[in-house]
Write a new protein. Structure first.
Ligand code: UDB
Ligand code: ZN
Length: 183
């Protein structure tokens, strides 16, 4: 199983690289890596397993975060209505996004960042994501709220972007007008 020792930390150039698309049909290796990433998230949200292995409770992870510069991610989280979003997404792409912006009131963290970086990370409130599943089938997700934020955070990793790149340098707690804040 993957543990925090497998997670690449900031400073490693793989986190700043633009990752390569995966080829279809997927190799067994790309399938298994995706499954291991999703398993990591599920384990990290299990209180007993997380404590035993000192895992941070993860909701999303991108392949570059385990040192693989390829375009796939896993997410595992519940939204406000308790709907589960549990997916491994290959070559995900944001097809469209809302004009309205949103951010988390408490800012963001990252599995690859072992420090607190305060400040608002303003993102699109809603996104439509197209991707391929583990069987190579096309998939379209329409997301809002917390799941939309997680998706954008993970796709940023495929493009070498860290959450703090989006924080206003002069005033981290500056909030542009009309940004919805999730508490
Ligand atoms: C996370 N977890 O997984 F509001 F049930 C973060 C870490 C960095 C704190 C582990 C997280 O936000 N958990 C969480 C939050 C809730 C309710 C809940 C669990 N990530 C993923 C990551 O680093 N991927 O690269 C950071 C998130 C910050 C905003 C979106 C992703
Ligand atoms: Zn991250």
């Amino acid at each position: 199983m993957l543990t925090m020792d497998d997670i690449v930390r900031e400073g490693d150039p793989v986190l700043r690289a633009v990752a390569e698309p995966v080829n279809f049909p997927l190799s067994d290796e790309d399938k298994e890596t995706g499954q291991r990433m999703l398993e990591f998230l599920i384990n990290s949200q299990d209180p007993e397993i997380a404590e035993e292995h000192e895992l941070r409770g993860g909701v999303g992870i991108a392949a570059p975060q385990i040192g693989i510069s390829k375009r796939f991610i896993a997410i595992h989280l519940h939204d406000d209505n308790d709907r589960l979003y549990s997916h491994i997404l290959y070559n995900p792409k944001i097809r469209s996004h809302s004009v309205e912006n949103a951010c988390l009131g408490g800012g963001e963290g990252c599995l690859s960042v072992d420090r607190e970086v305060p400040g608002y990370v303003v993102r699109s409130a809603r996104v439509t994501v197209e991707a391929f599943d583990i069987d190579g089938k096309p998939l379209k997700l329409r997301l809002k709220g917390y799941p939309a934020i997680v998706l954008q955070h993970e796709i940023d990793h495929l493009n070498g972007i860290m959450f703090y790149d989006h924080i206003n340098k002069k005033n981290p707690s500056y909030l542009p007008p009309d940004v919805v804040v999730y508490e």
